[in-house]
Ligand binder design. Structure first.
Ligand SMILES: Nc1ncnc2c1ncn2[C@@H]1O[C@H](COP(=O)(O)OP(=O)(O)OP(=O)(O)O)[C@@H](O)[C@H]1O
Ligand SMILES: [Mg+2]
Length: 410
């Protein structure tokens, strides 16, 4: 059987060919290896150099190798923090012609640490809480995307420092399954596995004296579940607001954005008596809004601007008589979006005199106006409407902005 390298990047196979595939991974000579800390694992894992990249090489049977490769690529497509799959190498034979196990190759996650190395110096409980937060966020992200991990644990996670906090990455996807969406039962099951694994790992650390004496392994496992549940609830719960209080919806969206999530779709329903509005967000990871705004409206904006504009567009759509999502007789979103561009977006931007706009492009101006409306509505405790916001912005904000841009007299 010939050596075969399937890789995501066409430049990689040539680089990878230089590695000693005819030698079992455990016996690879030092010159190929990069001595960085590794977590515990059943399979043999080594870090090696390929061109100017450090790669992680894991030996395992062909089927699981291909499966994990595919799952990691799916997670990448879903913008989930996980290690990048680079290649699978099959058809390896040893010196005397014995077949060797295939390998899965991932990119070494720079700046990451396996949790065991973090516990080499006893971690303060506050730091541990931050690690657990990061892991709970990762699990929520995976579940939102329909991924049941099947083996969430500290050893299957890598941690990277992130501006005073930690970001958690999935490193081992072997047991994972990707579904359209997960049922509550599937999530509970996955969460329970996480709890048992993590408490077990902390008990091990306790036995070796590496755990801070105030940390209880069992309580910590339970706590991570509580953190997961409160985050999940915040991201997915349905809220009911009095009709007309659209800025309540905006407030909720801002809270979600602050948690690092974006709202891809909103389901907004008016009660038949017109008193209340029910709001269900569909939460996703970032990157998505720019594309969607472009598709719907032809406007090309930065991600944060796009998010705000889409939120505004969607709240506006819900006020239109022919808005009926899912109903084939209702207006298509593209049609409504173009109406919004014509009747709301353009007239609003045009209300701002060209000479006052400075270097701001239309998307940015509109974004600024939405910000201003938000600010004034919060202060007034009710939605003050876009027109009032625009008038106030032109009268009170733009002149000041221009003053600060003018050179001073002396
Ligand atoms: N891309 C990577 N970047 C950094 N570290 C990595 C990477 N891939 C693997 N590792 C390290 O190797 C360890 C083992 O990898 P992995 O969990 O995939 O192996 P495994 O044998 O499948 O594990 P298990 O025993 O859980 O089945 C990880 O805990 C991590 O420390
Ligand atoms: Mg593992």
């Amino acid at each position: 059987m010939a050596l075969q390298i399937s890789a995501t990047n066409p430049e990689h196979p040539a680089l990878l060919l230089e590695l000693p595939w005819q030698t079992p991974l455990e016996e690879w000579p030092e010159e190929y290896l990069v001595p960085l800390p590794r977590g515990i694992s059943r399979h043999v894992v080594r870090y090696a150099r390929a061109g100017d990249e450090v790669i992680a090489v894991k030996e395992l049977a062909e089927r699981p190798a291909l499966r994990e490769y595919q799952l990691l690529r799916d997670l990448d497509r879903l913008a989930i923090p996980a290690v990048d799959a680079l290649a699978v190498v099959t058809g390896r034979t040893g010196a005397s012609g014995v077949p060797l196990e295939p390998v899965l190759i991932t990119r070494h996650l720079g700046g990451s640490m396996p949790y065991r190395s973090m516990f080499e110096t006893t971690l303060r409980p506050a730091t541990m809480h931050r690690l657990m937060d990061a892991l709970a966020v990762l699990l929520v992200r995976l579940h939102l995307a329909g991924f049941a991990w099947g083996d969430c644990s500290l050893s299957n996670t890598l941690f990277r420092r992130d501006a005073g906090a930690y970001a958690a990455y999935l490193v081992d996807a072997e047991t994972g399954e990707l579904h359209q969406r997960l049922s509550d039962g599937q999530r509970d099951y996955d969460l329970d596995l996480a709890r048992v694994n993590i408490s077990g790992e902390l008990l091990d650390l306790e036995a070796s004296g590496a755990l801070h004496p105030s940390v209880d392994p069992i309580d910590f496992g339970t706590e991570i579940c509580a953190r997961y549940r409160s985050l999940w609830d915040e991201l997915t719960r349905t809220s009911v607001y009095p009709a007309g209080k659209y800025h309540y919806i905006e407030r909720r969206i801002r809270r979600l954005n602050d948690l690092g999530f974006d709202v891809a779709e909103m389901q907004i329903e008016h009660a038949s008596n017109g008193d209340t509005v029910t709001f269900v967000p569909k939460v996703v990871d970032a990157g998505h809004h720019q594309r969607q705004l472009l598709r719907l409206t032809g406007l090309d904006a930065e991600e944060n601007q796009a998010r705000r504009l889409l939120n505004d567009l969607e709240s506006w759509m819900a006020t239109q008589d022919d808005y009926a999502p899912g109903d084939p007789l209702g207006a298509r979103p593209e049609v409504l979006a173009h109406r919004w561009v014509r009747e709301v977006f353009r007239p609003t931007v045009r209300a701002v005199p060209v000479e006052l706009r400075g270097a701001m492009d239309p998307a940015e101006i509109y974004h600024e106006l939405l910000e201003h409306r938000w600010y004034l509505s919060e202060r007034a405790q009710h939605d003050i409407g876009l027109e009032t916001a625009v008038a106030d912005y032109i009268a009170n904000i733009l002149p000041k902005a221009r003053e600060t841009l003018q050179p001073t007299a002396d």
